[in-house]
Design a protein around this ligand. Structure first.
Ligand code: IDP
Length: 148
């Protein structure tokens, strides 16, 4: 069992795609463990995208992530990190295949609707950045025998 952090970035909220995107993770069979609406501070955005510091798009990326509310989600399940990345597609919306979230709804490289952790290790770090431990809920999914 693995956890991943998924962010529905400010463009997803502004474009009213929160329900559409969240539904894809639900239907896949992942279990929702955390959910909140956050208007990210510059400090949070800097920590979240620390790996991109110094890149030409860094300041623009921080401005984007702090421009409005983000929906932060924690999903649990078998191979949750890889499953999340597959549902998202590739970074550039224009190159992302149809059927993926970015392939279906994004055209931009920066404004690509979703973030998903790229390793279990990074997921743990990112979840701790966006959630307090008591904001994550563990429970038995009644359909676990069918989708697990
Ligand atoms: P990922 O979100 O697909 O894992 P990363 O390379 O980790 O992609 O980049 C993080 C985010 O930074 C992307 O989702 C996108 O919003 C933005 N980004 C990445 N590369 C570029 C770029 O070349 N121009 C503008 N924004 C970029």
């Amino acid at each position: 069992m693995q956890r991943t952090l998924i962010l529905l970035k400010p463009d997803a909220v502004q474009r009213r795609l929160v329900g559409e995107i969240t539904a894809r993770f639900e239907r896949k069979g992942l279990r929702l463990a955390g959910l909140k609406l956050v208007h990210a501070s510059r400090e949070l955005a800097e920590k979240h995208y620390a790996v991109h510091k110094g890149k030409p798009f860094y300041e623009s990326l921080l401005a984007f992530l702090t421009s409005g509310p983000t929906v932060a989600l924690v999903w649990e399940g078998r191979e949750a990190v890889a499953v999340g990345r597959n549902l998202m597609g590739v970074t550039d919306g224009a190159k992302s295949p149809p059927g993926t979230i970015r392939g279906d709804f994004a055209l931009s490289v920066q404004n690509n609707l979703v973030h998903g952790s790229d390793s279990a290790e990074n997921a743990a770090t990112e979840i701790a950045l966006w959630f307090q431990p008591d904001e994550l809920v563990t429970y038995a999914a009644t359909d676990a025998n069918w989708v697990g």
